[in-house]
Design a protein around this ligand. Structure first.
Ligand code: SAH
Length: 343
């Protein structure tokens, strides 16, 4: 069995390199090739002796993402990638251009098992977790393909990061490593559908990233009808975990709320939401739902979005309406799938 070298941190790589009878400094060189230069093959590591490169080939594998398909939005230059993994599974990632730089939305699983009714990623369940290397290589492949450096990352693609907690954490550790991309933790957002134990485990790590929580409804009856995860961790437990998270980390939580016409966009929902989040260190991000075939969910009308936003703003909340990028290529929130026939 060849080892997944791109998922190793520097101490693990150093131990492995020593086992091969090599000096420890080789590990630093290899790590830098992999994570700073984004090398996809050992043959690119030109300052290593050829015999060592052969040993690396024999012992290690670099899990990459092969570009199967690429779609460019005509509206906003957003690029959606369909990647093929080493076992021929497929995932999608999205490159977005902002005033402040390039941002990539990465997937954390092949599919998803959370079952949110409005989301395409979960329609065929989960196949497997992604290794840290496979989350990283989405970023590295996109950087290589465009000759750019990505400055921001959102873990908001396919999958539930807290359902793949350890690999998600290793990804964060590696992408922020000063010997690699050295990305700022403050430029990373991680989104969860509300896996409460994951929120507590993340709080213990006390990271500077932004935690986003997909709330989408202010009470249990409505939330459970939209998100099965709510039956396991109901609204009151979720909000308590969020309050505990902000107390432990002093970080503001971003609540995502997808507005579905006639379902959760009423004035009554806005009032309940304001009461639920009262006094919290938070930000509310409203997303007019992206319509996904088969879900029957329709976008809220612009005037209802405005009404919802104004109500929350009037109650003193920091509230924004998310700009939708890449909707013409099914690259917007909740539109990513693990198929080759999309859109
Ligand atoms: N599993 C994580 C991250 C992936 S989804 C989570 O649930 O948070 C990223 C965001 O897109 C979540 O807030 C999710 O609820 C939202 N989303 C899913 N489907 C959507 C849709 N059709 N329209 C708008 N947002 C959607």
């Amino acid at each position: 069995m060849k080892r997944d070298v791109l998922s190793m941190d520097l101490p693990e790589l150093t131990a492995a390199v020593k086992e091969m009878g090599q000096p420890a400094y080789r590990a630093g060189q290899i790590f830098s090739w992999l994570h700073k230069s984004g090398a996809a093959d050992f043959d690119e590591m030109t300052n290593l002796p050829k015999t060592l490169r052969e040993t690396l080939h024999d012992n290690f594998v670099i899990f990459g993402c092969a570009i199967e398909k690429k779609l460019i939005s005509e509206y906003d230059e957003t690029v959606k990638y369909l990647f093929r993994l080493h076992d021929s599974e497929f995932i999608e990632s999205v490159l977005m251009k902002y005033k402040y730089g390039w941002s990539v939305c990465v997937s954390s699983q092949v599919g998803c098992r959370m079952g949110c009714r409005f989301c395409a990623s979960t329609m065929n369940g989960v196949v497997r977790n992604l290794a840290a290397s496979e989350i990283l290589s989405q970023v590295y492949a996109i950087q290589r393909d465009n000759g750019i450096r990505v400055s921001h990352i959102v873990m908001m693609g396919m999958g539930e990061p807290f359902d793949n907690f350890d690999n998600a954490m290793r990804f964060l550790e590696l992408i922020t490593d000063e010997n690699g991309q050295n990305l700022s933790m403050r430029h990373i957002s991680l989104s969860t559908c509300g896996v409460v134990p994951g929120i507590y485990k993340l709080a213990e790590k006390n990271l500077q990233l932004t935690l986003s929580v997909s709330l989408h409804a202010p009470d249990n009856a409505l939330r459970s009808s939209m998100m099965p995860v709510n039956k396991k961790w109901p609204v009151e437990e979720l909000i308590k975990a969020c309050r505990d998270y902000t107390a432990a980390t002093s970080r503001r939580i971003s609540f995502e709320y997808a507005l579905v016409s006639g379902v959760n966009d009423t004035p009554e929902c806005a009032q309940k939401l304001a009461a639920l989040l009262k006094g919290m260190l938070c930000h509310v991000n409203l997303i007019p739902v992206n319509e996904v075939d088969g879900t029957g969910m329709k976008k809220s009308a612009p005037e209802n979005v405005k009404r919802f936003e104004s109500y929350l703003a009037g109650k003193g909340f920091a509230v924004t309406v998310r700009r939708t990028l890449g909707s013409d290529i099914n690259a917007a929130c909740g539109q990513l799938r693990r198929t080759r026939i999309n859109p």
